[in-house]
Design a protein around this ligand. Structure first.
Ligand SMILES: Cc1cc2nc3c(=O)[nH]c(=O)nc-3n(C[C@H](O)[C@H](O)[C@H](O)COP(=O)(O)OP(=O)(O)OC[C@H]3O[C@@H](n4cnc5c(N)ncnc54)[C@H](O)[C@@H]3O)c2cc1C
Ligand SMILES: NC(=O)c1ccc[n+]([C@@H]2O[C@H](COP(=O)([O-])OP(=O)(O)OC[C@H]3O[C@@H](n4cnc5c(N)ncnc54)[C@H](OP(=O)(O)O)[C@@H]3O)[C@@H](O)[C@H]2O)c1
Ligand SMILES: Cc1cc2nc3c(=O)[nH]c(=O)nc-3n(C[C@H](O)[C@H](O)[C@H](O)COP(=O)(O)O)c2cc1C
Length: 558
C-alpha cells in the first residue's frame, strides 16, 4: 500500500510512507506506478529537499528480501534530498507480536518528532488516551428488510465492466471438491475445481486466484449474540466524513448477517489496536482495566500469551469480555474488526488442458494450541466445508498474475521444485507446456509418503511414460533420515548444472516459505560449487544473476 499521490510530492513538507513488500521483494500492485515515478533517472537530486519524511515498512522476515521496498524507498528519498525524521520502521509478520512490535515504539518517536515540528495549537490539545476517535462510519438501521434483496444483486453484479476483480468478483460455481490425501493422513488437502464459463477470466501458468472466504454460520450467530445484534436487521452505511468511500464489498442496504459473515474478520487474531479501542468503549470497570493492560507497552508479554501464542480469535476475546462486547456501538464495528482478507491460491490447471475450468490444490489449515477448540484456517476450512454434491455452491473469486512466468521458446528447459502444495503452479505449467509441445520439463516433487500425499501421481507417471516430463520424488518420511527435494537436487547436481549452465534452463521454486526456499537455494549454490567449480562468492553471484535475469523465480507462502 502507498498512501499518497505522487504529483503533489514536490510541494509536500511532510510525508509518511506506508509500504508493504510483495512478491519476491517487489512493490505491491497499487504502488507500481509510484515506484516507476520515484526511480525515474531524470529526477534531480534536489527534488525533495523541502520534504521531511518517514517510511513505515510492512514485511515478513521469512522472505529473503525482508522489507526490501521500505528500505529501498527510504534510500531513494534520501537520494532525492528528503530529510528522514527517523530510520525506516521494519514491521515483521514473523514477530511474536506481529508488526506492532516494531511499529509501536516507532510511532511513539514519530509523534514526538512531528509534534516538535508542528505543535498542536494551544486551543486544540491532544486527544487523551481512553477517548475513542469518532467512528469512520455510522450504521443507520432500517425499520424493516428491503423488498429487493440488495445482497444477492450486489454479489451477482450486473454486467461487470471488465474481467472479475476485487471490487466485482466472479461467483464461480464449484464443480468438485475432492480430498486428495489418503483418509488416514493427518493433512486434509483438496483438489477443487470451478466452472468459469462466461466469467471473462483468463490466466496463464503461474497466475494465482484470489478467493474471499466467509465466516462459519455458527460464528456469525455467536458474534451477534455476544454483541446483542439482530442478524436479520438491515442498515445503510454512511461515512462520517465526506469523501470516505464505503467498502465496495458491502451492499447497500446490508443485513447484519451479511456484514458479519462476509466482511468482519471475527476469526482473526486481534491486534493491539483492537484492545485499545475496546478499552475505550468498555463500560465495565474490571474488563476495561484488563483491556487497558493489554493495550499498554508493559502488557505486551501478557497479551502475547493470552492472544497471539494460542491464536485466540476476535470472537473468542469478545466472549471473554461480555460486558464490553454487549456495549460496543454498532457504528464502531468497522473500526474495531478488520475486513476479511482474500486468500491467494496458485492456479493448478491450464485452460489449454481444462477449458472453462480453474483448479486449485488447497491444504486445509488445522492445528491445536492450548485452547480447547482446534484452530482452523478461515479460507481453507470454508472451502473444504463446501459440497457441490449437495446443491449449487458459488465462490467469489478473481485472478491476478503471480510471481512465476514461463519461457515461451519451445525447447528452453524448466526445472520446477514444488514440495507439498507447492506443486500446484507446476501442474498448470506442465499442462500448458505439454499442450504447446514445449519440452525439457523437469519436476522435483516432495511429500511425506508415496501412498498418502503424492498429488497427481498417475498424471505425472503417464506424462513421464509419454516422454513429456522427467519427475524426481522425495518421500520425506519413508525412511529414517528425512529426504527432501533439495537432497535430490544435490544428488542430481551434474544434470542440474548442465541444464542451467549449458542449456539455459529456468529454475522455479514454490511452496512453504519456512525453511524450504533457503534450503533449496543452499542446495543450488552447492551444486554450482561442486559441478561448476565455482568459489563460494562466485556461486552466490551465479544465483543472484539467475534471479536478476528471471531464470530463478519463486512463489512461496507463509
Ligand atoms: C501467492 C500465494 C499462493 C498460494 N498458493 C497456495 C496453494 O496453492 N495452496 C494452498 O493450500 N495455499 C496456498 N497459499 C496459502 C493461502 O493463501 C492461505 O494462506 C492458506 O490457505 C491459509 O489460509 P486460511 O484462511 O485457511 O488460514 P488462516 O485463517 O489465514 O490461518 C493461517 C494462519 O494460521 C497460522 N498457522 C497455520 N498453521 C499453523 C500451525 N501449525 N501452528 C501455528 N500457527 C499456524 C499461521 O499464522 C497462518 O498464517 C498461497 C499463498 C500465496 C500468497
Ligand atoms: N506454519 C508452518 O510453519 C507450517 C509448516 C509446514 C506446513 N504447514 C501447513 O501444512 C500444510 C501443507 O503444507 P504444504 O503442502 O506446503 O507442505 P507440507 O505438506 O507441509 O510439506 C511437503 C513436504 O515438504 C517437506 N519439507 C518440510 N520441510 C522442508 C524443507 N525445509 N525443505 C524441503 N522440504 C521440506 C515435508 O516433510 P516433513 O513434513 O516430513 O518434514 C513434506 O514431505 C499447510 O496447511 C501449511 O499451512 C505449516
Ligand atoms: C505473496 C507474498 C509475498 C511477500 N513477499 C515479501 C517479501 O519479499 N519481503 C517481505 O519482507 N515481506 C513479504 N511479504 C509479507 C508482506 O509484506 C506482509 O505480510 C505485509 O504485512 C502485507 O501487507 P498488506 O496486507 O497490506 O499487503 C509477502 C507476502 C505475500 C502474501
Amino acid at each position: 500500500m502507498c498512501l499518497f499521490v505522487e504529483v503533489n510530492l514536490i510541494s509536500e513538507p511532510l510525508v509518511i510512507f506506508v509500504c508493504a513488500t510483495a512478491g519476491q521483494g517487489d512493490p505491491p500492485d497499487n504502488m507500481k506506478n509510484f515506484w516507476r515515478f520515484i526511480f525515474r533517472k531524470n529526477l534531480p537530486p534536489t527534488s525533495l529537499c523541502q520534504m521531511d519524511f518517514a517510511v513505515l515498512g510492512l514485511g515478513d522476515s521469512s522472505y529473503a528480501k525482508f522489507n526490501f521496498v521500505a528500505k529501498k524507498l527510504h534510500r531513494r528519498l534520501l537520494q532525492l534530498g528528503g530529510s528522514a525524521l527517523l530510520p525506516a520502521c521494519l514491521g515483521d509478520d514473523q514477530h511474536e507480536l506481529g508488526p506492532d512490535a516494531a511499529i509501536d515504539p516507532w510511532l511513539h518517536d514519530l509523534w514526538e518528532k512531528v509534534l516538535g515540528l508542528y505543535p498542536v495549537p494551544p486551543d486544540l490539545g491532544v486527544i487523551p488516551p481512553g477517548v475513542p476517535l469518532p467512528s469512520k462510519f455510522t450504521l443507520r438501521f432500517l425499520p424493516e428488510a428491503p423488498k429487493m434483496c440488495s445482497e444477492e444483486q450486489h454479489v451477482a453484479g450486473a454486467d461487470p465492466p471488465g474481467p472479475p476483480s476485487e471490487q466485482q468478483p466472479f461467483l464461480a460455481p464449484m464443480v468438485t471438491n475432492q480430498r486428495v490425501t489418503s483418509p488416514s493422513h493427518f493433512q486434509d488437502v483438496r483438489l477443487i475445481e470451478f466452472d468459469i464459463t462466461g466469467s471473462g477470466l483468463s490466466f496463464a501458468a503461474g497466475d494465482v486466484v484470489l478467493i474471499r472466504p466467509q465466516n462459519q454460520a455458527s460464528h456469525v450467530q455467536q458474534f451477534c449474540r455476544v454483541l446483542g445484534l439482530d442478524p436479520d436487521q438491515y442498515f445503510t452505511l454512511l461515512p462520517r466524513e465526506p469523501g470516505v468511500p464505503c467498502p465496495t464489498q458491502l451492499p447497500q442496504p446490508c443485513s447484519v448477517r451479511h456484514l458479519v459473515s462476509h466482511y468482519l474478520d471475527v476469526a482473526s487474531v486481534p491486534r493491539r489496536s483492537f484492545f485499545e479501542l475496546l478499552a475505550c468503549l468498555s463500560p465495565h470497570e474490571l474488563e476495561r482495566e484488563k483491556l487497558l493492560q493489554f493495550s499498554a507497552p508493559q502488557g505486551q508479554e501478557e497479551l502475547y500469551s493470552y492472544c497471539n501464542r494460542p491464536r485466540r480469535s476476535v470472537l473468542e476475546v469478545l466472549c471473554d469480555f461480555p460486558h464490553t462486547a454487549g456495549a460496543v456501538p454498532a457504528d464502531y464495528l468497522l473500526d474495531l474488526i478488520p475486513p476479511i482478507r482474500p486468500r491467494a491460491f496458485s492456479i493448478a490447471s491450464s485452460l489449454l488442458a481444462h477449458p472453462s475450468r480453474l483448479q486449485i490444490l488447497v491444504a486445509v489449515v488445522h492445528y491445536r494450541t492450548r485452547l480447547k477448540e482446534p484452530r482452523r484456517g478461515l479460507c481453507s476450512s470454508w472451502l473444504a466445508s463446501l459440497d457441490p454434491g449437495r446443491g449449487p455452491v458459488q465462490v467469489p473469486l478473481w485472478v491476478r498474475p503471480g510471481s512465476l512466468t514461463f519461457p515461451e521458446t519451445p525447447d528452453t528447459p524448466v526445472i520446477m521444485v514444488g514440495p507439498g502444495t507447492g506443486v500446484a503452479p507446476f501442474r498448470a505449467a506442465v499442462q500448458e507446456r505439454v499442450a504447446r509441445g514445449q519440452t525439457g520439463n523437469f519436476l522435483f516433487f516432495g511429500c511425506r509418503w508415496r501412498d498418502q500425499d503424492f498429488y497427481w501421481e498417475s498424471e505425472w507417471l503417464e506424462l513421464e511414460r509419454k516422454g513429456c516430463l522427467t519427475l524426481f520424488t522425495a518421500f520425506s518420511r519413508e525412511q529414517e533420515r528425512k529426504v527432501y527435494v533439495q537432497h535430490r537436487l544435490r544428488e542430481l547436481g551434474p544434470l542440474v548444472w548442465d541444464l542451467l549452465d549449458r542449456r539455459g534452463a529456468y529454475f522455479y521454486l514454490a511452496g512453504n516459505a519456512k525453511g524450504m526456499p533457503a534450503d533449496v537455494s543452499e542446495a543450488l549454490t552447492s551444486v554450482f560449487r561442486e559441478e561448476g567449480g565455482l568459489s563460494g562468492p562466485d556461486a552466490a553471484n551465479y544465483l543472484a544473476r539467475l534471479q536478476r535475469t528471471m531464470r530463478f523465480q519463486s512463489e512461496t507462502w507463509a
